[in-house]
Design a protein around this ligand. Structure first.
Ligand code: 6PG
Length: 255
């Protein structure tokens, strides 16, 4: 499937669809390979998806003990910090479903040596996927992403070093514009996935979304343009406010 852009009335509808896609991809992965490996995103739009997935009516549609949970990026904070992506996903979803504790792989954002923590996370990925660092990047069943108003995704921020990473799967990334460091998966892993699903909502994203999807390629300024799975699906779920500057209105999903 080439890139698919789907339109929704609002953020709530984006979250609803992304929850149903999560379940669809999860069930397919479990049926075909006996395990569903998913990488979660930070940010507000995915969080609503997590809350929905935790609702009993949806939660019971997935065999959670077969799910392996990873993170696409993390802030440099301890896991109980308000800003932690792990904390957000844990509160909204992971503490409320039957996922195994040993199947939750968080990034250690609190580590004093974030580069070491990134290398450790890469080793965790290799172990979980039965491969080794340096081999072909792991192939996630689903990677969830958001996009910031500056065009960043995961913690691949404009004009930062991690954008050029072609070897490592996970790196520490200095983000001078936020005066911080982050840990992030890199393009080689993101683009090896079976499916990458962006959830984007809000008028503050409209200008950048049009540039990312319809403008000339400029990945240093628009890191989200880096995401193009080599042999996988790329889904953009966008609400009408975020889609306002696109040349044509994205279609609603057909099912
Ligand atoms: C993070 C992210 C980041 C996020 C976008 C969109 O840790 O901040 O993973 O890439 O997904 O900033 O966030 P919103 O959905 O809150 O706008």
């Amino acid at each position: 499937m080439p890139r698919q852009i789907l339109g929704f009335v609002n953020a709530e509808a984006v979250a609803e669809y992304s929850a149903s896609e999560f379940l669809r991809r999860g069930r397919t992965a479990l049926a075909e390979r006996g395990v569903f490996r998913v990488a979660l995103a930070g940010g507000s739009t995915p969080r609503r998806t997590y809350e929905m997935l935790a609702e009993p009516a949806l939660a019971r549609q997935l065999d959670w003990p077969g799910v392996e949970v990873f993170f696409g990026d993390e802030r440099s904070v301890p896991p109980d910090d308000q800003q932690s992506n792990y904390r957000s996903a844990h509160e909204a979803l992971l503490s409320r479903v039957n996922v195994r504790d040993s199947a939750i792989h968080r990034m250690e954002g609190e580590h004093l040596d974030l580069s070491q923590a990134a290398a450790d996370y890469q080793a965790t990925l290799a172990r979980s996927f039965g491969t080794e660092p340096g081999a072909r990047p792991p192939r996630f069943d689903l990677i969830m992403l958001g996009m910031g108003p500056d065009g960043h995704t995961a913690s691949l921020f404009p004009k930062t070093r991690a954008l050029g990473e072609r070897q490592a799967w996970v790196v520490a990334n200095d983000v001078p514009q936020l005066q911080t460091r982050r840990m992030t998966m890199t393009a080689p892993v993101l683009n090896a996935a079976r499916c990458v699903m962006f959830s984007v909502a809000g008028a503050d994203k409209a200008d950048r979304l049009a540039e990312v999807l319809e403008g000339p390629r400029d990945v240093e300024r628009l890191p989200s343009q880096l995401i193009a799975p080599a042999d996988g699906d790329l889904l953009w779920l966008v609400d009408s406010a975020a889609a306002a500057r696109l040349t044509s209105k994205p279609p609603a999903p057909s099912n």
